[in-house]
Design a protein around this ligand. Sequence first.
Ligand SMILES: Cc1cc2nc3c(=O)[nH]c(=O)nc-3n(C[C@H](O)[C@H](O)[C@H](O)COP(=O)(O)OP(=O)(O)OC[C@H]3O[C@@H](n4cnc5c(N)ncnc54)[C@H](O)[C@@H]3O)c2cc1C
Length: 286
Amino acid sequence: MYPSKFDYHRPSSVQEAVQILSANPDAKVLAGGHSLIPVMKLRLATPSALVDIGRIDALQGISRSNGSLRIGACVTYDEIANSSTVQEAAPLLAEAAGQIGDRQVRYRGTIGGNLSHADPASDLPAAALALGATLHVTGTGGSRAIGSASFFVDLMMTALQPDEILTEVEIPAAGAGTGSAYAKWEHPASGYALCGAAAVVTRNADGSCASARLCFNGVSSTAVDASAVGASLAGSDLSDGTIESAVNDNLSIPDATGDMFASAGYRQELAKVMGASALRTARDRA
Ligand SMILES: Cc1cc2nc3c(=O)[nH]c(=O)nc-3n(C[C@H](O)[C@H](O)[C@H](O)COP(=O)(O)OP(=O)(O)OC[C@H]3O[C@@H](n4cnc5c(N)ncnc54)[C@H](O)[C@@H]3O)c2cc1C
């Protein structure tokens, strides 16, 4: 299948890109193209124009300063998975990015495209939520920062306005005593997550739990923060039994997805297994 006809723009700055978006209300941002091009070929999306942001220097690069990791929106999964800066400051993100698709997808797909597309089965939204990421966006009205908890609104829907571009992802760098893990149960054919569990655990000097976060992809229309599980673990001994009880007693996925791949009940149970597994690994790494 071929996409319908479209104009192609290749701006060299974010300002130029948002001006083009604002002048063409049904234009689409093109980043890695690994979600947008397939839906255009299927004619599920027929934008009149594409705004290719891949050559904008301001959207590239990974840096760490003042306790924060900053990743440009056009940084690829491969760069993230193999960056020593990301591996040190946000190992969860590197681990999740390294499990996306195949090598070809990881070379082209971008963190900005992944988060903006907000596919419920994508691997990065749960990691962004668990890490307390801040999404920096720019539109014709200026720039603003959106917390990841407010960014993911619903199925493939984010807080981005039509003339806004996600420019940068900011993540607080991991502190001492913190461990994390991403556990993915993938569909054997597509490789997408039937359930992906992202856990971050911080331990006190005596080994007890200072804080814990557990978030999911693939189980609902949008990424889920299982905050009740994290709250129930605070102050606990983080033993295997404590983690299992915390998950079994406190994890409920509102409106769990049921489809031809897995029923809602199956996903609820899978989330418990994958969630406990991710928490145990995060504890062991803390
Ligand atoms: C074979 C295959 C396997 C895959 N497996 C997985 C997997 O296992 N896990 C997974 O998470 N994903 C998977 N994907 C999807 C892949 O990760 C995509 O790359 C990702 O969903 C979109 O990122 P992109 O950079 O390619 O964005 P694009 O496809 O270019 O854009 C996607 C959407 O986001 C918008 N957009 C892009 N960047 C921005 C921005 N900076 N600001 C505002 N809007 C923006 C676009 O307008 C478009 O609507 C797979 C894809 C393929 C083809």
